[in-house]
Design a protein around this ligand. Structure first.
Ligand code: FAS
Ligand code: PHB
Length: 406
């Protein structure tokens, strides 16, 4: 099979081939393009499907800054909501965490991942970036050599693209991590016995700030996308069927999970979207295999309780883009500084594991964990009481929530 021209122009070769057209892949492609490095993105699904996903809602300051650096932060700065606090509720008690006051002024940006992805697609289009969607059956070859390549099928034809490096940005279920030999893969997993049932509705948010609530019926989260669009979650069984949940049943259950004064202010309405996300913690420490580098959900998964998933993808891309720019050097021809590429996994994992810890801590603090019994519930109450009593405890939560330094 020779070099077959690929859709998006006759592309049979690029410098960095990126698998996955989600936030990780698009952001990496944009940052490398701005540094004069050629990329091609292979995305399995259609752009419409990618943009139909409803996922993360909270951006750390580092993520927002990176999007601005990538030239994809304009709409975020116009439409995003800057939040300087977040609430934790335990039973009927409510505790505000003063993010800015506890971190010397750091805040978070409330701006949906769907919009981030749309802004990144627009930024790639503006620079005629090559993003090949509906690229099926992607397969990776030559990873341990110096001339890797990938094949994929589209429009009934098989295509091949040769490259210097492959960035696996294809999420938890992608092909990249699976292309690493099992005996070279160091994976660590914790599966939680519950999931989140999420709902998006065009109703005003119940509060100006996010509320993470732990009630007798389990966990609930009150979030938002704008002053007129709310995003709510309740804890559910990890194999829960969305079809079991009418809008009315969801609104009743949500009210049941919240402090009475919050529930009293709930405005209800028809769901735009409802979905179930199972919760897991996972880290693949093998973030490099020869010329393949993993980033984002392809390398790690966190329970969304700490709002870290998308933000960890951003810091991975910060590190990986810098390392590749170092390697290509000024002339952009390559053969430059290899040290940063070698250091990428260790540098990324240092931040990944701290975010895994925080996400696990928030999850075990706030969810109903029957297997831990009455003693476990008392420990959760004690953790909440400690947060109420200790500025240092609140500061620790705040500095993790706004995002640790890159
Ligand atoms: P993504 O999974 O977003 O993107 C990977 C892309 O690769 C996808 O477009 C996929 O179609 C493509 N792909 C997969 N296999 C491929 C193949 N073989 N060939 C080519 N392309 C392939 N994070 C939060 O912070 N808060 C949340 O509330 C939250 N909710 C979530 C809900 C769900 C259901 C999921 C799955 C994740 C959620 N996350 C949340 C985490 C999420 O936001 C991720 O961290 C974020 O999408 C990571 O981005 P990527 O690494 O680009 O991976
Ligand atoms: C969301 O708005 O979707 C969201 C916000 C914070 C989280 C998880 C999800 O921790």
């Amino acid at each position: 099979m020779g070099g077959i021209s690929a859709p998006g122009g006759a592309r049979t070769r690029t410098q960095v081939l990126i698998i996955g057209g989600g936030p990780s892949g698009l952001l990496l492609s944009q940052l490398l393009d701005l540094a004069g490095i050629d990329t091609v993105v292979l995305e399995r699904r259609s752009r419409a499907h990618v943009l139909s996903r409803i996922r993360a809602g909270v951006l750390e300051q580092g993520t927002a800054d990176l999007l601005r650096r990538a030239g994809a932060g304009g709409r975020m700065d116009k439409e995003g909501l800057v939040h300087d606090g977040v609430e934790i509720a335990f039973g009927e008690e409510r505790l505000r965490i003063d993010l800015a006051g506890l971190t010397g002024g750091s805040t978070v940006m409330v701006y949906g991942q769907t919009e981030v992805t749309a802004d990144l697609y627009a930024a790639r289009d503006a620079r005629a970036g090559v993003v090949i969607d509906q690229a099926e059956d992607v397969a990776l070859f030559g990873l341990e050599g110096e001339a890797p390549h990938a094949t994929f099928r589209r429009d009934g034809l098989t295509h091949r693209i040769d490259c210097d490096f492959i960035a696996g940005c294809d999420g938890f279920h992608g092909v990249s991590r699976r292309s690493i030999p099992a005996d070279r893969l160091a994976g660590f997993e914790l599966v939680y016995p519950f999931g989140w049932l999420g709902m998006l509705a065009d109703v005003p948010p119940v509060s100006d700030e996010l509320i993470y609530a732990s009630g007798p019926r389990g966990f609930a989260l009150c979030s938002m996308r704008s002053p007129t669009r709310s995003r709510y979650y309740i804890q559910c069984a990890s194999d829960e069927e969305v079809s079991n949940w009418s809008d009315d049943r969801f609104w009743e259950a949500l009210a049941d999970h919240l402090p009475a004064d919050v529930a009293a202010g709930l405005e209800t309405g028809p769901a735009i979207e409802k979905s179930v996300a199972p919760l897991r913690s996972y880290v693949c420490e093998t973030m490099r295999h020869g010329r393949l580098f993993l980033a984002g959900d392809a390398a790690h998964i966190v329970p969304p309780t700490g709002a870290k998933g998308l933000n960890l993808a951003a810091s991975d891309i910060h590190y990986l883009s810098q390392a590749l720019i170092d390697w290509y050097g000024r002339e952009g021809r390559g053969g430059g500084e290899e040290a940063a590429l070698v250091a990428y996994p260790q540098r990324a994992l240092a931040r990944v594991w701290k975010a895994e810890r925080f996400s696990w801590w928030m999850t075990t603090l706030l969810h109903d964990l029957p297997e831990r019994g009455a003693f476990g519930r008392r420990l959760q109450q004690a953790e909440f009481d400690y947060l109420k009593a200790s500025r240092a405890a609140r500061a620790a939560l705040a500095e993790n929530y706004v995002g640790l330094a890159y």
